[in-house]
Design a protein around this ligand. Structure first.
Ligand code: HEC
Length: 127
C-alpha cells in the first residue's frame, strides 16, 4: 500500500504542476484576443483615469469628478483615426463655446501603448 501511494504521488505531481503552469498562459492569451477587447477597454479607461473628466453613460460609467470637466463619451462622432491623433495632441478640434469657435487641444496627452488606445476606443464604439 505504501508503495502504491508514493507511486500515485509520483504520477500526479507533474500533472498538477503542468496544469498550474498552463492555466495562466491560457488566461493571458484569451484576454488579448478579440472577444475580450471590450472588457479590457473599460479597465484601461479606468486605469488611465479617463473617468476623471469623462462619463460614458451608455456604458454605465460615471464621471469620478463631475465638477471638473465632465464630458460624456457615449456618442463621439469623430472617427478613430482623428480621435487617436487628438488624444496624442497631434491635432486640435474645433469647439464652439458661448457662440465662439475655438481650436482646443485635448486636456490630457495619451502616453500609453497603441494597443491600449485601440482597446479603449473599441470599447467606446469609436470606429
Ligand atoms: C483633464 C480632463 C480630461 C482627461 C483626464 C481626459 N479627457 Fe478626454 N476630453 C476632455 C475634454 C474637456 C474634452 C472635450 C474636448 C476639449 O475641449 O478638449 C475631451 C474629449 C475627449 C474625446 C472626444 C474627442 C472627439 O473628437 O470628439 C475623447 C474620445 C476623449 N476625450 C477620450 C479620453 C480618454 C480615452 C481619456 C483617458 C486616456 C481622456 N479622454 C482623459 C478632458 C479630459
Amino acid at each position: 500500500m505504501r508503495k502504491l501511494t508514493s507511486f500515485i504521488g509520483l504520477v500526479t505531481a507533474p500533472v498538477v504542476a503542468l496544469v498550474l503552469l498552463a492555466a495562466p498562459a491560457a488566461m493571458s492569451a484569451s484576454s488579448t484576443d478579440g472577444p475580450n477587447m471590450a472588457a479590457d477597454g473599460k479597465a484601461l479607461f479606468l486605469a488611465n483615469k479617463c473617468d476623471a473628466c469623462h462619463s460614458v453613460t451608455a456604458k454605465s460609467v460615471e464621471c469620478a469628478k463631475p465638477a471638473h470637466f465632465e464630458k460624456d463619451l457615449s456618442a463621439v462622432t469623430d472617427d478613430a483615426a482623428f480621435v487617436k491623433k487628438f488624444l496624442k495632441k497631434e491635432v486640435t478640434k474645433k469647439e464652439t463655446k458661448d457662440g465662439v469657435d475655438k481650436e482646443v487641444k485635448h486636456k490630457k496627452m495619451w502616453s500609453g501603448s497603441e494597443e491600449d488606445l485601440d482597446a479603449i476606443l473599441a470599447w467606446l464604439g469609436i470606429k
